[in-house]
Each structure stands twice: as C-alpha cells, then as structure tokens.
Write a protein that binds this ligand. Structure first.
Ligand SMILES: NC(=O)C1=CN([C@@H]2O[C@H](COP(=O)(O)OP(=O)(O)OC[C@H]3O[C@@H](n4cnc5c(N)ncnc54)[C@H](OP(=O)(O)O)[C@@H]3O)[C@@H](O)[C@H]2O)C=CC1
Ligand SMILES: Nc1nc(=O)c2c([nH]1)NC[C@@H]1CN(c3ccc(C(=O)N[C@@H](CCC(=O)O)C(=O)O)cc3)C=[N+]21
Ligand SMILES: [Mg+2]
Length: 360
C-alpha cells in the first residue's frame, strides 16, 4: 500500500505533465556533475551540469501548445526607453545646461564584462548621457578601486557609479560597494536601498536594474502581475532576492527556488510567472512550466564559441526550444533581459541627475 502511494506521488508531483505533452522529456538532474565545459575565465564556476549544453527539441505531437510562445523583444523595448531618456536628457540640457553622467569601474578583463560595459557605453552615447570609465588591472589592490570610487563620489558631474561585477576574488566586494555614495548607487546594491525595497511604505532611492528590467518586460508585455503566482529561481543579492521583493510589491504571490530546493520542477510548474536567475544553462526544461506561463530568463552564461564574433555566446537558464512550446510568452537570451537591464541603468542615472539638480 505504501509503495503504491509513493508511486502515485512520484507520478503526480514530480512529473506534472506525465499524462500530457512532455511525458517523454526527462527532467534535468541539475545537481549531477558530469563534465567541465570550456570556460572563458578562471572566475567562472568550474562545475557543469548535465544537459546544459544542449537539450533535444521536442518532436511534433509532443508539444502542449498549439502556438509557440510570444517572444518578448527586450531589445526593441529597451531601444524605445533609451530614446525616451534621450529626450529627457535634451530637455535637461536645454533648461539647465547639464546632462547626466555615469561612471563605470571595470576590474580585470573578462570578455563578457567588457561586452556589457561596451553596451552600456553605447546606450549612454545614444541617450546623450556622459560616460566615463576607470579600467583597472586584474591584480589591482582594494585601495586602487576605492580611490577611483572616492573620486567619482566627489565628482559633481557623475550621478551614477557602477562597479562591474564580479570582481576578482582577492577583492572584497562588500567593502568596496560600501564606499559608494548612496545617492550615486544606480545599481541599487547598497543594503540601505535593499532594506527600503523590502519594507513596505518606504521608497528606495534606486531599484536594482535587472529586477526592475524583469518587471518592465512584464508590464510592457501586458502581463498582469497582481494576484499571480510567481516563482523566482535564485536568491542572490543582485538579482533573485530583489526580484522577489519587487514582484511582491506588485502584489504577486512569490516563491523562491534555490540550490537547496527540493522538487524545483514541481514548484516552478505552479507558476504563472517564472523569473529565473540561476546562471545554470538549460536548468528550466519544458516540463517545469505550466502551460501558458510567462518566462523571464535572466541567466547569461558565456561559453566559448569561435564562430561568434566576440569568441563566446550566451546561454540562458531556460531550455528555450522546449519552453517556447509550453509558455505563452518568453524572453530570449540574448535580446531579452540584458538590453532592458541597460535601459534601467540609464533610467536610474537620469533619475539621479534630476534629483541632484532638483530638476523635474
Ligand atoms: N541579463 C542581465 O542583465 C543579468 C544577468 N545576470 C545573470 O543571471 C544569472 C544569476 O546571476 P547572480 O544572481 O548574480 O548569480 P549568483 O551565482 O549570485 O546566484 C545564483 C542563484 O541561483 C541559485 N541556483 C544555482 N544553481 C541552482 C540550481 N541548480 N537550482 C536552483 N537554483 C540554483 C543559487 O542558489 P543558492 O543561493 O542556494 O546558492 C543562487 O541563489 C547569471 O547567469 C548572471 O550572469 C546577472 C545580472 C544581470
Ligand atoms: N555592477 C554590476 N551591474 C550590473 O548590472 C551587472 C554586473 N555588475 N555584472 C554582470 C551582470 C550582467 N549584466 C548584463 C548586462 C548587459 C547584458 C547585455 O547587454 N546582454 C545582451 C548581449 C550581450 C552579448 O552579446 O554578450 C543581450 O542579452 O542581448 C547582459 C548582462 C549586468 N550585470
Ligand atoms: Mg540577457
């Protein structure tokens, strides 16, 4: 009797689609380490999970949805927002003769970080925001980073400062971020901003760009958040945790999935909205999703690929070809959260400059 009950549980909870579409898809035993992939730099994790390079596309007839999910075009949405910011910058320049300024501190030479920073510079140029950058060597000291930070803290034409993460291991991220002037922390990573985000009735000066981007993508896609079940995969300070807090502010019922969560596929399959920020390629399979769910894929895991101009390409957390057959809307990687994150960074920088000059 006990055995029968156990089997029933496995069938209904572990394989929510067992009688339907994805019965033949295997779930991803994500903790199982199989091999090390070719990595970009010593900074990246040295574990690699099964199924992470590739997942077999579902065959026709296996698909639940009749139509593929709508693709949420983060790139074009971001372009519109950046154009709007550009208009505000012009208005600011014409009325008070000032423009917003963003300063970036980049330590080391991770190829992906260099690309993100280049994209941020390009976006600033498009919007008329002044962009300055300090590049430091991989083996620089904490003092050198702090000195650069302090200089930007005191520079009145800099309204936003960003330390591109991750930093090399010998540098204390928390200590460095604590030096940053609260009023210029456009990433919103300071504990004071995070605390204000967590407490109702308080408004943080800055909301972290990536979580803000996730909400913006949902809102611009006409996805209702209020009252919906949302699952956030990941609980990091810079993405997962603030994304959960922000979704709660928008009145979603939020569950968190992390590396110690049992049956993540079951929890995820109850979500109307899935925001995934684990950094584990192909973690989220088609059978993790409720049909019609909306999927926001934050993951950007770079793998070497000489056929790409930059020498690498990005993998999201979601097995896209499977998910697109089940979800109602999904963000691609690249072209989804990444560009929108940059738009939110510019928006925070503009807000900061407006605040500094008391310009409405
Ligand atoms: N597009 C964009 O603009 C941005 C993209 N990113 C990308 O988002 C991803 C996440 O970034 P970040 O939050 O900084 O990463 P972290 O490594 O700091 O956090 C990862 C989180 O995912 C959880 N996690 C890891 N493995 C699993 C698993 N197998 N199942 C469930 N949960 C898991 C971890 O759980 P635990 O806490 O238990 O360890 C942790 O909470 C990365 O790929 C990053 O590159 C990040 C920022 C911006
Ligand atoms: N202090 C800090 N703030 C950040 O906001 C921050 C950070 N550190 N460290 C790393 C993550 C990652 N991140 C991305 C930014 C842009 C793209 C982006 O432009 N992506 C493009 C393509 C990029 C490419 O082609 O490689 C896209 O998805 O379409 C991606 C990821 C910001 N982060
Ligand atoms: Mg992205």
């Amino acid at each position: 009797m006990a055995v029968v009950w156990h089997k029933w549980l496995r069938k209904s909870i572990l394989s929510p689609f067992s009688s339907r579409a994805f019965s033949t898809l295997k779930s991803n035993p994500s903790q199982q380490i199989i091999k090390s992939p070719p990595l970009l730099s010593h900074d990246l994790p040295d574990v690699w999970t099964s199924n992470s390079m590739h997942c077999d596309p579902p065959s026709i007839g296996e698909c639940y949805n009749e139509r593929r999910a709508r693709v949420i075009d983060g790139k074009s949405m971001a372009a519109k927002i950046i154009a709007g910011i550009g208009g505000e910058v012009i208005r600011m320049q014409e009325s008070i003769g000032k423009v917003p300024g963003l300063a970036v501190i980049l330590v080391g030479e991770r190829k992906d970080s260099e690309t993100y920073v280049r994209n941020k510079r390009k976006a600033c140029e498009e919007a008329g925001i002044n962009f300055v950058m300090t590049k430091l060597l991989n083996n620089c000291t904490e003092d050198e980073v702090c000195e650069a930070l302090l200089r930007y803290n005191e520079n009145p034409s800099v309204h936003g400062i960003l330390v591109q993460l991750p930093l090399p291991h010998h540098l204390d991220e928390e200590k460095i971020l604590n030096v940053l002037n609260l009023e210029k922390d456009v990433d919103g990573f300071h504990p004071v901003h995070m605390g204000n985000l967590a407490m109702s009735g308080r408004e943080p000066l800055f909301i972290p760009c990536t979580p803000k981007a996730c909400i913006e993508l949902l809102v611009r896609s006409d996805v209702e958040i209020m009252g919906k079940n949302a699952v956030v995969i990941g609980r990091s300070n810079i993405v997962g945790l603030p994304a959960s807090l922000l979704l709660q502010r928008h009145h979603a019922t939020v569950s968190t999935v992390h590396a110690f969560t049992k049956n993540p596929e079951h929890i995820t399959s109850e979500a109307d909205i899935v925001v995934t920020a684990a950094g584990v390629p192909n973690l989220v399979r088609g059978n993790w999703l409720k049909p019609g769910a909306v999927v926001i894929d934050v993951g950007t895991y770079p793998i070497e690929d000489p056929s790409f101009e930059q020498g690498y390409r990005l993998l999201g957390d979601v097995c896209y070809e499977e998910a697109v057959m089940v979800a109602s809307a999904i963000t691609p990687v690249p072209g989804g959260v990444g560009p929108m994150t940059i738009a939110m960074l510019l928006s925070n920088t503009l807000d900061s400059a407006k605040r500094a000059y008391n310009f409405g």
